[in-house]
Design a protein around this ligand. Structure first.
Ligand code: ATP
Length: 666
């Protein structure tokens, strides 16, 4: 099937042809046969990098009206926006930040790219454009199994479909164990495929020996690489790492050998590790190996290093620039978006031999490589070290192989003699996990129950269950399964002063949102955040000397602000800071149930207060050992939460000038 046979305009056909897209890939053909160009609801569960974006594009281009592309990850939205904006004759809008606006400016676009949070917020604020949609495409729909984002995704999609029964729904998923359940939920045709544009072979490495699943093998020389690294030291590494370097089973050295081997053959690599710190350490280790010279990209690598230096002068920026100069990079969620952009584009331009990354890079960012090395398959979680889900590891492995350039992609999992069998079973033989709804989580339910009441969609518990009727959870378990949990959520919200029961007769009542509940929902903060801010504002009004620190303490001590890691060495210092500044804080040190959590909030508040006081990113990053990207994201959240605090203050008639001061200075 050819692109030019589809109901697309000539300029669009030409646009695809210019990008080498003339013939449809088999899963794309299957989606067309399922009716994706004729308004049919389709779920496509296909491997990473197999052309899902094209399915989204043809659905949106052939829809009978405006379309919405829901992108669960903000980091991806910009890339997708650019892909859509390049289509001839298509007006595209993007909406990812700015949590409380209706986004009315988005009306009139052919396609809107937005996160599910943004769509949810637009619905709560009464945006009219959501009712005019003809088609919604949900990318990475398997993320409905994710703890926080998942419930928002399923409730938002259910709400859109309920309000607009004609809406065409197209959902794109990684390969998961239960795509049929997702298709059932959406009453959609299922397109399921294992097809990939480049063949992938996956192997397990023990020492320098790799056994692939297609029966082939590979031998790399771990010792000689280790000898080369010996004696050079490792400034950023843990003590002891250098001593391990001679060990032919050391996972870092095996990874280095696998990377060097691919680069010697002109290929690029992605190396996945468990944490940010490990990503930096591994990149610094690989920087010893002369990869830029090996790949023949020294000048381009130096130029990429310059670009990274131009972003900022933080330690992270300097480390990244040093690595880039050597043809290596690291990539993780603590990087600023400017640095991430430099790394991604340098890699695509083939100016960098290897990116050392945490699993975030695997989710949807288009950086194909000849070889993927998964050094770590376990990471620290709530209950100690645990295996990374198969779905995630498959997404990492799926980045291997560049269409038209590599005969096949190679994914190598680094193991040792003890773990070899388990690694093989889990990730080479094993199937990805099933997607499971997280909607029953009490915090998620409280948020969405409040939204249902505040928007007027529901005024009784059974109407709330009706709203949830269209969710994945309800389809899997029956909405009745939620009845008890919804009753608990309503009680919690009533106790929190967000919802009230208005009695109409005996045992007959209607649920209404209180003014605080309504503002909380519209400002798109969680009920617990709204409650904490209201209490904080009241307390701040009594603090004789309320400062910007007071305002920051209130908004940082909420579940909508990210935690900031508090190391042992810093704890005493933050404790002392809290004591010294007790007069400016709304919480007495003896009060918090979760004292450590509160101290972390004080640390975040202190960082933000120094930020508005004129401290530079460089200073704050060094002083508080946070990633520069972490500072950016906290500043952004603080802006949002302070604006919610102003709105809540107005609602309860409490004015705290320090809040407005903090906001305007941010
Ligand atoms: N029919 C086609 N012919 C040639 N190239 C194609 C075709 N369809 C897609 N491609 C190219 O394949 C690459 C991967 O496609 P795409 O990014 O859409 O994959 P994806 O499935 O969305 O990946 P992800 O798992 O990252 O979401 C892109 O560079 C795209 O241009």
């Amino acid at each position: 099937m050819r692109v030019r046979d589809l109901p697309l305009s000539q300029p669009v056909v030409d646009h695809f042809a210019e990008r080498g897209v003339r013939e449809l890939y088999p899963p794309q053909r299957a989606a067309v046969e399922a009716g994706v160009c004729e308004g049919a609801d389709v779920v496509a569960a296909v491997p990473t990098a197999s052309g899902k974006t094209f399915i989204a594009q043809i659905a949106l281009l052939t829809a009978d009206g405006p379309g919405l592309y829901v992108c669960p990850l903000r980091a991806l939205a910009r890339e997708k926006y650019e892909t859509f904006a390049a289509l001839p004759g298509v007006d595209v809008g993007i909406s990812t930040g700015d949590f409380d606006a209706t986004g009315e400016a988005l009306a009139g676009n052919d396609v809107v790219v937005a996160t599910s949070e943004k769509v949810d917020s637009a619905i709560r604020n009464g945006a009219s454009w959501v009712d005019e949609l003809a088609c919604v495409v949900v990318d990475e729909v398997h993320l409905l199994g994710a703890k926080r984002r998942g419930p928002t995704l399923e409730v938002t999609l259910a709400t859109l479909r309920r309000r607009n029964p004609e809406l065409q729904t197209v959902a794109l998923s990684a390969t998961v164990d239960n795509p049929d359940a997702i298709a059932d939920w959406l009453d959609a045709e299922l397109v399921e495929s294992e097809w990939r544009p480049v063949e992938l072979r996956t192997g397990v490495a023990v020492g320098g020996e790799v056994a692939f699943d297609d029966g082939t093998s590979l031998s790399v020389d771990v010792d000689s690489i280790a000898d080369g690294a010996d004696g050079e030291g490792d400034e950023g590494g843990d003590a002891g790492e250098v001593g391990d370097a001679g060990d032919a089973n050391d996972p870092t050295e095996v990874t280095a050998a696998l990377v060097a081997d691919a680069v010697a053959d002109g290929g690029q690599c992605l190396a996945f590790v468990r944490s940010r710190r490990e990503a930096v350490d591994l990149a610094e280790r690989l920087a010893d190996d002369g990869l830029a010279a090996e790949l023949g990209v020294e000048d381009a690598a130096a130029a990429a290093a310059e670009e990274a230096t131009d972003v900022d002068g933080t330690l992270t920026g300097r480390q990244l620039a040093d690595c880039l100069r050597a043809g290596v990079a690291f990539h993780h969620a603590g990087l600023r978006s400017g640095h991430r952009g430099v790394v991604e584009s340098a890699f695509r331009e083939r100016d960098v031999a290897c990116i050392c990354a945490t699993p975030t890079l695997a989710a949807g960012i288009n950086v194909p490589a000849r070889r993927v090395v998964v050094r770590d398959q376990r990471r620290y979680g709530e209950g100690g070290m645990s295996w990374i889900p198969t779905l995630e590891v498959h997404q990492m492995c799926g980045r291997a192989g560049r269409p038209g350039l590599d005969p096949h992609g190679e994914a190598v999992l680094v193991a040792d003699a003890d773990t070899r069998d388990e690694v093989h079973e889990r990730y080479v033989e094993g199937e990805p996990e099933a997607v499971e709804s997280q909607l029953a989580d009490p915090a998620a339910l409280r948020t969405h129950v409040l939204a249902a009441v505040a928007t007027g969609f529901a005024a009784t518990e059974s109407e709330i269950l009706d709203v949830f009727e269209g969710t994945f959870y309800a389809r899997e378990t029956g909405a009745g399964g939620l009845a008890d949990a919804v009753a608990v959520a309503v009680d919690d919200l009533v106790a929190a002063g967000m919802v009230a029961r208005e009695t109409g007769g005996v045992e007959d009542y209607r649920l209404v949102a209180t003014a605080v509940g309504e503002t909380t929902s519209k400002q798109y903060v969680r009920p617990e955040t709204g409650e904490r801010i209201v209490a904080g504002l009241r307390a701040a009004a009594d603090v004789s000397d309320a400062t910007t620190l007071t305002a920051f303490e209130v908004i940082c001590d909420t579940p909508d602000m990210q935690d900031t890691y508090l190391g042992n060495a810093e704890r005493a210092d933050v404790y002392q800071f809290a004591r010294t500044n007790a007069a400016h804080l709304t919480t007495d040190m003896t009060e918090p149930d979760d004292f450590e959590g509160w101290l972390e909030s004080v640390k975040t508040a202190r960082i933000l207060d120094e930020w508005i006081g004129g401290a530079t990113v460089e200073e704050l990053v060094e002083r508080y050992r946070i990633g520069p990207g972490d500072l950016d994201s906290r500043v952004e959240r603080a802006e949002w939460l302070l604006s919610a605090a102003e709105a809540l203050g107005e609602t309860i008639g409490v004015r705290v000038p320090a809040v407005s001061r903090a906001r305007s200075r941010l």
